[in-house]
Design a protein around this ligand. Structure first.
Ligand code: AMP
Length: 198
């Protein structure tokens, strides 16, 4: 699982690390955005919260993640990106994982200071239909609110998983491949080309 504030690089690292392990990267933000573009009922429910930089209510988010984890490609493992984001979500996740017969191997916290986060988020652009566009929730006022939401609702997860002995924290400033190397080392993953232990 990847934990960290908006702009810490979770999405980028999730794709690389999940690829390395051959498991899907499950990003709740991506699933919500796909539903907003597809104008589904879920997308309509989520959009107001997302645009305001608030969290989508736990009830909606947890139900969506449960469905996703039950899909066949998640049977052999997965990497969670952007979920859980509240203690209540973490508790629900624990129950779902027990039901599915899975357990968390590692919770990786990407640490980046707030000035750098604001700088990264305000400069971030995404490719949509061949054009580079700014996400509505990357606008400066919304960015500040999202960081506050992170501090208040999501940052406590760091202590939650530390108590469970699952937390590894890494400095997430630097080149993408340096951060990936720190991430893999912190979670005890083998170097590329080396056999997995055990
Ligand atoms: P992200 O792409 O992870 O930054 O997520 C974008 C937005 O989707 C967030 O600001 C929330 O509005 C919503 N979202 C994503 N993941 C969650 C979650 N686990 N719980 C509640 N809302 C979420």
């Amino acid at each position: 699982m990847l934990l960290g504030p908006p702009g810490a690089g979770k999405g980028t690292q999730a794709q690389i690390i999940a690829g390395r392990f051959g498991v899907p990267a499950i990003s709740t933000g991506d699933i919500f955005r796909a539903n907003v573009s597809g104008q589904t009922e879920l997308g309509q429910q989520a959009k107001t919260y997302m645009d305001a930089g608030d969290l989508v209510p736990d009830e909606i988010t947890v139900a969506m993640v449960k469905d996703r984890l039950a899909e066949p490609d998640a049977k052999a493992g997965f990497l969670l990106d952007g979920f859980p984001r509240t203690i209540a979500q973490a508790e629900q996740l624990r129950e779902s994982l027990t039901e599915l017969g899975h357990q968390l191997d590692c919770v990786l916290e990407l640490v980046v200071d707030e000035d750098e986060l604001v700088r990264r988020l305000s400069g971030r652009r995404m490719l949509v239909d061949g054009e580079m566009v700014q996400r509505d929730d990357d606008k400066p006022e919304t960015v500040r609110h999202r960081l506050q939401v992170y501090r208040e609702q999501t940052a406590p997860l760091s202590g939650f998983y530390e108590t469970e002995g699952l937390l590894a924290r890494i400095d997430a400033i630097g080149e993408v491949d340096e951060v990936t190397a720190r991430a893999l080392a912190a979670c005890g993953a083998p170097e590329p080309g080396q056999p997995a232990a055990g």
